[in-house]
Each structure stands twice: as structure tokens, then as C-alpha cells.
Design a protein around this ligand. Structure first.
Ligand code: ATP
Ligand code: MG
Length: 568
């Protein structure tokens, strides 16, 4: 059992379970499962399924099994297996000792296949894969029966056993269920149950050279585990008839109920593992855990919290209709969570040097800085202040437009936790670019308080002391795709045509307050006024690396955009 208070808001699946528990179906028990195929990393869509399956089980005093759907050797890798288990735990769920594999059931599935052959409900086909497809017909046209469909039972048994014994090459034979080649449901037109694959499996090694198809393995695996509700995504709706057919025609322990829901689609990204694998293999991203990826590993590295992701999954709800969820909702959940837990610090991404002319040359003051205004228990820290500081380049404009309230020649602003400063001179290089500001400070404003004369300023800037700052690399991320709905793959376009070339911006030499030195990978902060950031595992003792998790909502950015003012 997981000890989380995962709330599943009312939805149609929950309603079905409420009714089943009331009517005493399955003895009033609830047992769900999360059945990933280890052919890639988990993504945020899987999180929806994990939260739903574990959440419903917890709510009804039931359990949720973890099962690897490992019927596809060749695509499956131990790296994926490890990452998947790690990610489910990270998300906050625990399957205790209930870790299963479809491959645990290979022997039983084989026995059941023999039963179907003996009952005249399965046959060995000699048609090749292309012919099987061709004979299957279309939605408007009935299929054709294979000439091998009426092979005698004894011959089927003999061939199937020899398939297992490795006497044939890949694709030479398949085992098919004998259902109905004219069924309006294509899944029932004698679906393939087993294919020959001379390929080692990550768990069973060379023991098998025939492997069951997903449809043949899934329902029986559910039944063997005593699953009550087998929750899957809509693309399996048309497979339900087959799921039920196997269970009805085999001597299985119980008949779980398959229920389908709409998968999560998120704007500006892709969710299919096949496409994510392409992004990795073709080096559009640095790996499955690139912070731009919609994978749980990527989101973790980016700084998203499991709480935020669970909250997001709760908010999007569960229905039958496909929709595209706005990425902004996920970011909203991340901000909401980090606002409560992330320590505030100061860091300057694009430093502009400021010399405070009337500040004593060798003086250093340790000023009090609050760690989290949302959480008094987070306490305070000391921020060193001295004569030379850095501010954000964007916080100065030589010729400011009306709506710009930050620093400009002759104007006074507040330095957070420090003093009011006033810009008295601007120093430029030979190209005319501003390289340094000369300012004065008012000692009567220590801590950033208004002076006795009640003078006010309109802006508060963040800063770092030049002599104390640490250097850091900061990685800023933008949307992976520049198209909200990447499924608009029209006219030969593929999702790769929508890849945003500016999704990563690396700032090599940011200046951060010294309290950040040595912060461990994964720790999250709010850099005041800039957003939430997370320490990247690429950090070394000599150079910290930070990822921007998400921006703060910046009202100036909106004004600047509306006014067409260029921001660096
Ligand atoms: P993909 O299509 O991304 O490759 P998949 O369905 O092949 O995913 P599985 O490993 O088979 O991936 O999925 C494990 C479970 O997660 C399944 O029950 C599946 O229905 C669910 N799942 C996968 N993608 C989503 C999604 N986008 N939204 C909700 N549930 C999902
Ligand atoms: Mg799948």
C-alpha cells in the first residue's frame, strides 16, 4: 500500500468501482495494476495512469500491482526497467512485494495456448506476416480465411511444440486464435497469439523463442494476479472484445474488467515513446532525462516535484474524450508547489557591474535575507554586500520608456535587503555598450527600508556582491516544440519539423550569491524575480550548473512584449 493521500476526484472509473464495491463484485475487493512496457522511460502520461491506478486502489482500501509487460524482447532494456521503477517510487508510489512480469507467466500462457489448440480454437498458420495482414481485410471488407485454418488439432499441437523447441526460423509460423475472419472488429479476425523470435529476453534469456502477443498476454496476466479493474487507454477499446474472448475461452481464475480512459496529451510536446526515442537517438536532446523531455526523469532533473505532478494529474481528471492539456497548467502546479518549499536566493544571470562610489572601499556587510516569505520556519541567511555588485543587465535602461521603473540615469531604486542606490554615471566601451554603472547609496536605507524623509522608489532589484559571488552555468529552457498540437502532421510534416531550435539557452557566466556554493544536485531554489531553479547533476566543485525549472510570472515581460521592447 502506498501511504499517500492521493485523492482521485469523482470520475466515471471511480463510479464504476464504487458500484462494484457496493454490489460485492470480486468480493468487494479492488486490485489494479500499472503495466509499463520497458521500452522507454516513463513520461507524464504514464504519471496519469500511475496516479489513477495507485490512487483508486488506495482510496478503496485495495492494492495496485506493478507489472512489466515484457512480451517484446529486442525493444526492452534493463536501463528502462531500472528507470521505470525509480520513477514510480520517485512519484511517491510503492508496490511492496507486488512486482510482476508478463514473463512470469510464459509457461502458463503456453499451457493455455495448448488448451485452445486442443479445443479447436487456435491453429498454427504458415502464412507470412504480409499475407496475414493482406488476408485480414479492411474495415469495410471481410477478411479471408487462411488455407491453414483447418489444420487438424494433432498437427497444430505438433507444430506449436516444435515452434517452442526452436525448429523453425523467425516468421515461419504463427499461432492464431480461431475466432471470426468476418468480424466487424478487426481484432477478432483470428489474431496472432504467438510469433517466433529467436532473441534473448532480458529475464528469460534463451529459454523461449516464441513470444506471446500483448493481447494474448495481458488479460491472462491480469487474471492470474486477480486484478479486478484493468484500466488502460482508449486505443484498447477495440481490443476489449478480444481481452474478453480469451478470458471466456480459457480456464482462468477470474475475469477482470477492462476499462478505458483518454490518454493525456500535453501541448508543445510529444508523448509517444517511439517519438521520444527518436529525439534521444537523433540527438535533439541530451538523453531521456534531458530537462526538456516530458519524461519523469527529465522533469525531475528540471526541478519539477512529485507533489506538483501528482497535483497536476488530479486536476486534469479522467474522461473518455481525448484532449490537449495546456502545458501552462503543469507549470502552474509546479510554481504553486515550489512557492511553498523553495528557498529564495539571489542570482544574476546577465551581470552588469555596479560600483557604489560612496561605499567604503573594503567594507563588507552581512545583510539579513529572508529564506521564504511563505514559510517563516525557513529562517534567514546572511547576504554579503560590498562596494562592487552585479545587477541584471535587463534592470538598467539608459533611455527608459514610460513604463520602465527600474534603474536608469538619475533614478533611484532599492536593492533587495540592502540599500537604495541612485545611478550617477554610465560607463561604455568603445562600441558604445554599457559596461559599468556608477551609483551612490543612501546609508539611511539599510535593509532596504525607506529613509526618514519617506522617499519612495518604484523598483526593487536583486544583486550579488562581485567579490563574493560564485560563477555558475545556468540553462534556460523553452518549449520543446513550437506547435501546440504536434499531431497536426499534415502534408508530410512530422513532429520533428516542429522542434523549437531555441529550446535551450546556456548562460555560461551567471553570478550567484555565495550561499549556493556546493548545493547538492536536485536542490531547488527560487532565484528572486527570475524563476525557480534546480541544481543539475552536471555540477562540479569548480562550477555549479543550474536548470531553470519554470519562470515566475513576470509582468514586465508582458509589458515589454506588448510595447515591442526588446529584452536581452
Ligand atoms: P506510448 O504510447 O507513450 O509509447 P504505451 O501505452 O505504449 O505508451 P506502456 O508502457 O504500455 O506505454 O504504458 C503503461 C501504461 O501507461 C498503460 O496502461 C498505458 O495505457 C498508460 N499510458 C501510456 N501513455 C499514457 C498517456 N499519455 N496518458 C495516460 N496513460 C498512458
Ligand atoms: Mg503499450
Amino acid at each position: 500500500m502506498n501511504g499517500l493521500e492521493t485523492k482521485v476526484p469523482p470520475n466515471f472509473i471511480r463510479n464504476i468501482i464504487v458500484d462494484d464495491v457496493k454490489s460485492g463484485k470480486s468480493g468487494g475487493k479492488v486490485l489494479t495494476r500499472f503495466p509499463p512496457e520497458p521500452n522507454g522511460y516513463l513520461h507524464i502520461g504514464h504519471a496519469k495512469s500511475i496516479c489513477l491506478n495507485f490512487g483508486l486502489a488506495a482510496e478503496f482500501g485495495g492494492l495496485c500491482n506493478f507489472r512489466f509487460d515484457d512480451t517484446n524482447p529486442g525493444k526492452e532494456e534493463v536501463e528502462y526497467v531500472d528507470s521505470i521503477m525509480n520513477d514510480v517510487r520517485w512519484l511517491g508510489f510503492d508496490w511492496d512485494d507486488r512486482l510482476y512480469h508478463a514473463s512470469d507467466y510464459f509457461e502458463q500462457l503456453y499451457e493455455w495456448a495448448i488448451d485452445l489448440i486442443k479445443a479447436g480454437k487456435a491453429y498454427v498458420d504458415s502464412l507470412g506476416a504480409d499475407e496475414v495482414r493482406e488476408y485480414r481485410g479492411t474495415l469495410t471488407e471481410a477478411g479471408k480465411q487462411s488455407p491453414f485454418r483447418d489444420r487438424p488439432v494433432a498437427e497444430n499441437l505438433d507444430l506449436f511444440k516444435r515452434m517452442r523447441a526452436g525448429e523453425f526460423g523467425d516468421g515461419e509460423y504463427v499461432l492464431r486464435a480461431k475466432i471470426d475472419m468476418a468480424s466487424p472488429n478487426l481484432n477478432l479476425r483470428d489474431p496472432v497469439m504467438y510469433r517466433i523470435r529467436h532473441m534473448a529476453h532480458w529475464r528469460t534469456g534463451d529459454k523461449w523463442c516464441i513470444y506471446p502477443m500483448y493481447d494474448y498476454a495481458h488479460g491472462q496476466s491480469d487474471s492470474l494476479e486477480g486484478i479486478t479493474h484493468s484500466i488502460c487507454t482508449m486505443e484498447y477499446e477495440d481490443h476489449r472484445a478480444l481481452y474478453d474472448w480469451y478470458l471466456n475461452n480459457l480456464n482462468v481464475p477470474c475475469h477482470p474488467q477492462q476499462i478505458e480512459f483518454a490518454r493525456l496529451n500535453l501541448s508543445y510536446t510529444v508523448m509517444s515513446k517511439r517519438k521520444l526515442l527518436q529525439l534521444v537517438q537523433e540527438h535533439y536532446v541530451s538523453g531521456w532525462n534531458d530537462p526538456r523531455m516530458p519524461t519523469l526523469a527529465g522533469m525531475r532533473r528540471r526541478g519539477y516535484t512529485p507533489e506538483a505532478i501528482r497535483n497536476f494529474c488530479e486536476r486534469i481528471g479522467v474522461g473518455k474524450r481525448e484532449s490537449l492539456v495546456d502545458y501552462g497548467l503543469l507549470e502552474y502546479c509546479v510554481r504553486e508547489d515550489l512557492n511553498l518549499r523553495a528557498q529564495r536566493v539571489m542570482g544574476v544571470l546577465r551581470p552588469l557591474k555596479v560600483v557604489i562610489e560612496n561605499y567604503p572601499e573594503h567594507q563588507v556587510e552581512q545583510l539579513d535575507a529572508i529564506n521564504n516569505p511563505e514559510d517563516a520556519s525557513a529562517g534567514a541567511r546572511k547576504a554579503p554586500f560590498s562596494r562592487v555588485i552585479y545587477i541584471e543587465r535587463d534592470d538598467f535602461m539608459e533611455n527608459p520608456p514610460k513604463q520602465f521603473f527600474r534603474l536608469s540615469p538619475g533614478r533611484e531604486v532599492r536593492l533587495r535587503y540592502a540599500y537604495f542606490i541612485k545611478c550617477v554615471d554610465v560607463i561604455k566601451d568603445e562600441k558604445g555598450e554599457v559596461v559599468e554603472l556608477r551609483c551612490t547609496y543612501d546609508p539611511a536605507t539599510r535593509g532596504g527600508d525607506s529613509p526618514p524623509d519617506g522617499r519612495k522608489v518604484k523598483a526593487t532589484l536583486h544583486w550579488v556582491s562581485a567579490a563574493h559571488a560564485i560563477d555558475a552555468e545556468v540553462r534556460l529552457y523553452d518549449k520543446l516544440l513550437n506547435r501546440a498540437d504536434p499531431s497536426e502532421e499534415k502534408g508530410g510534416a512530422t513532429f520533428k519539423d516542429f522542434i523549437n531550435p531555441d529550446s535551450l539557452e546556456v548562460i555560461e557566466s551567471a553570478k550567484l550569491e555565495p550561499s549556493l556554493a556546493g548545493a547538492p544536485a536536485g536542490r531547488r531554489y527560487q532565484f528572486e524575480r527570475l524563476g525557480y531553479f534546480c541544481v543539475d547533476p552536471d555540477s562540479t566543485p569548480g562550477k555549479m550548473v543550474f536548470n531553470r525549472t519554470v519562470t515566475l510570472r513576470d509582468t514586465w515581460a508582458k509589458v515589454a512584449k506588448a510595447e515591442g521592447i526588446k529584452q536581452s
